[in-house]
Design a protein around this ligand. Structure first.
Ligand SMILES: NC(=O)c1ccc[n+]([C@@H]2O[C@H](COP(=O)([O-])OP(=O)(O)OC[C@H]3O[C@@H](n4cnc5c(N)ncnc54)[C@H](O)[C@@H]3O)[C@@H](O)[C@H]2O)c1
Length: 254
């Protein structure tokens, strides 16, 4: 590669086959990234749809709670695109949650949410680290939630898991800063992802959550998260790490 030739940056988006993750995958690809969609279901189908639009995307079946799958997802990135620059930890249990008072949440439900939402980002970061180091630096962007920042009833396992994501972000930033790897979180407000709409969650959320509790009083869409992701993934955020940015139309203030 000549000095002036810019290498295409490579990103993995976990949970990228649908919902917020699919919109983020498409946005990265439209902005010049080569993207690996890593999802436990429909990864290749989602990738094919984006490939049909001329985008550089591949799909790989990966469960973020599996050491083998997360290692393979990184291997796909390095084999297909020559390396890895950005890991987006988006996969999470949210739209399949049954909202309930905390004393009705079983230990098994608690552990499942924690497994996907906290063990998942940990395993993905571990798997990605050698590849990010090989590039001399990189980006880890975690998808948290403003439900954790503001408190939200009837999903204590979920809000606790997203609180863990913020702690994970801050501590990992401290460990990796000297290697040029930044770690930041985006905390979305309640977002009308395809998963949310399919589960009919928007019907259950009140006006305050959806609109009137925001400074900008409208529904949030996955596209609202794209600007923050491109910022945290790109060069303009070189000196920003350990941060959590609420993207929620001005509802939670940090
Ligand atoms: N939609 C919202 O209101 C909202 C708000 C704040 C934060 N978030 C967070 O944003 C992320 C995406 O939310 P969404 O609304 O798009 O959800 P979604 O349910 O629509 O999509 C989640 C995706 O993750 C995948 N996934 C689930 N478990 C996985 C696993 N173990 N391994 C690999 N992939 C897995 C699913 O197959 C799916 O493609 C989640 O982390 C969620 O907690 C969502």
């Amino acid at each position: 590669m000549s000095k002036n030739e810019k290498r295409s940056r490579v990103a993995i988006v976990t949970g990228g086959a649908s919902g917020i993750g699919l919109v983020l995958s498409q946005a990265l690809a439209e902005n010049g990234y080569s993207v690996v969609i890593a999802d436990m279901q429909n990864a290749e189908t989602a990738a094919k749809k984006l490939q049909a639009g001329g985008l550089n995307v591949v799909g790989v079946k990966a469960d973020v709670t599996s050491v083998e799958d997360t290692a393979n997802m990184v291997a796909v990135a390095t084999k297909t695109y020559g390396g890895l620059d950005v890991l987006v930890n988006n996969a999470g249990i949210f739209t399949s949650l049954t909202l309930k008072p905390f004393d009705q949440i079983s230990p098994a439900e608690w552990m499942k949410v924690m497994e996907v939402n906290t063990l998942g980002p940990f395993l993905c970061a571990k798997a990605a680290l050698p590849a990010l180091r090989a590039r001399g630096g990189g980006r880890i962007v975690n998808i948290a939630s403003t439900s954790q920042l503001k408190g939200a009833p009837f999903m204590l396992h979920y809000t606790s898991s997203k609180g863990a994501v913020v702690g994970f972000t801050r501590s990992l930033a401290r460990e990796l800063g000297s290697e040029g790897i930044t770690v930041n979180s985006i905390a979305p407000g309640f977002t009308l992802s395809t998963g949310v709409l399919a589960a009919g969650m928007e019907e259950k959320m009140g006006e305050v959550v959806r609109r009137t509790g925001r400074s900008i009083q409208r529904d949030q869409t996955p596209e609202d998260l794209v600007g923050a992701l491109l910022f945290f993934s790109g060069e303009g955020s070189d000196f920003i790490t350990g941060q959590t940015l609420a993207v929620d139309g001005g509802s939670a203030f940090l």
